[in-house]
Design a protein around this ligand. Structure first.
Ligand code: GDP
Ligand code: MG
Length: 197
């Protein structure tokens, strides 16, 4: 008898123009388009995936980073088990805004939400170094990935690992209750070895 897939709600947050919408599109359709329209409010897409025989439905919520939508972003956090904070390696301001998104998640999201920090546009000339990203992820207790929504590099790693960590964290022994952050190893940024460029 077929069993229902497990539901996994994911929210993407971050500065406007860092490539959140392109990341979602690349992850779900394998396509990159230069002329993606700015996201209004938030949009939703679902993707069915299978991890070692377990079906997981990813419910991916793509939010808008513009100031005027900021007030409504927290309501999309509700019930999310995973959050992706995205910045662009070409945009220092977007990297500096990561702390603000982290605070917003800490205030409004589930306390044990699993955090991913994504450095996008790593196909481009960068102003934010890989080391800065690794260090930030470590401070946050987030998994770190460098990706390119344009070339697709790193995107599969992220979207394969999200359900994998989610299922691992459903085993009570692998969740560190004291910190409120789901840790898969003692550094908190186990994926710092993954890079696309
Ligand atoms: P959002 O506001 O965070 O949703 O950003 P979008 O997904 O709308 O992308 C903003 C702009 O960045 C668009 O012009 C995209 O074509 C471009 N872009 C997104 N991801 C990448 C990437 O990985 N590499 C490059 N070179 N451009 C990207
Ligand atoms: Mg968008």
């Amino acid at each position: 008898m077929a069993t229902e897939p497990k539901e996994l709600k994911i929210v993407l947050v971050g500065h406007t123009n860092v490539g959140k919408t392109c990341i979602v599109r690349q992850a779900t359709t394998g396509v990159f388009s230069e002329d993606s329209a700015p996201t209004l409010g938030a949009s939703y897409v679902s993707k069915l995936t299978n991890v070692n025989g377990t079906d997981v439905r990813l419910q991916i919520w793509d939010t808008a980073g513009q100031e005027r939508y900021k007030g409504m972003t927290p309501m999309y956090y509700r019930g999310a088990q995973t959050a992706l904070i995205v910045y662009s390696v070409t945009d220092t301001e977007s990297f500096e805004s990561v702390d603000g998104w982290l605070s917003s998640l800490r205030e409004n999201a589930e306390p044990n939400i699993t955090l991913f920090l994504l450095a996008n546009k790593c196909d481009c000339e960068r102003t934010v170094s890989r080391e800065q990203g690794v260090e930030k992820a470590k401070q946050m207790g987030a998994h770190f990935y460098e990706v390119s929504a344009k070339t697709g590099d790193g995107i599969d790693d992220v979207f394969n690992d999200i359900p994998k960590f989610f299922l691992e964290n459903q085993t009570p022994s692998s969740t560190d209750q004291s910190t409120g952050i789901s840790l898969n190893d003692d550094s908190g940024s186990k994926k710092e070895g993954k890079s696309c460029c």
